[in-house]
Design a protein around this ligand. Sequence first.
Ligand SMILES: [Zn+2]
Length: 167
Amino acid sequence: MSVACRIVTALKRETGPCNECPEEIVKGTVYSTVVVRLGRTKGGKQIWRSVKVHLDRCLASWVIVDYTRFSTRKKEKGGRPEGTGMQLSDPDKMERRHLTRTRARLMRLLLETDDVDRIKTLVGRITSTSERITALGGVLNLNLMRRSPEAREAIAAKLKIGGSHAW
Ligand SMILES: [Zn+2]
């Protein structure tokens, strides 16, 4: 990526520090002001940074250091950090996602019915679906499920009727 900056060269009016070396920029010498655009604030305001350097010996090295700093900076990626999460192949991920949705649908059906036979059938299917999910990358993270405490209790009670305590 290229790094753009604006360089203004002028006569120094007051002696002042150089951003690149420890020596002062003496009043009356030609120096450079380097203006770098850093981006925008959330409000859309441009952010600028300007530094003053000796034109003859410090400008080039300052620009090179700035370029290196900028071009080696890595953008933080979103999502899970690399190497964490489930190490599944894409087809396995799709299969697990499909099973997870099936399980959620069965859970909704379970919540809606009070018929004991149907509850037993549904619990059987939920159990086997859960086992297949576990086989594909481990147990579901129950913290990720957004369910009200009442619904949790109702499901737990019905799972008990169906003879399962596991899920
Ligand atoms: Zn300097």
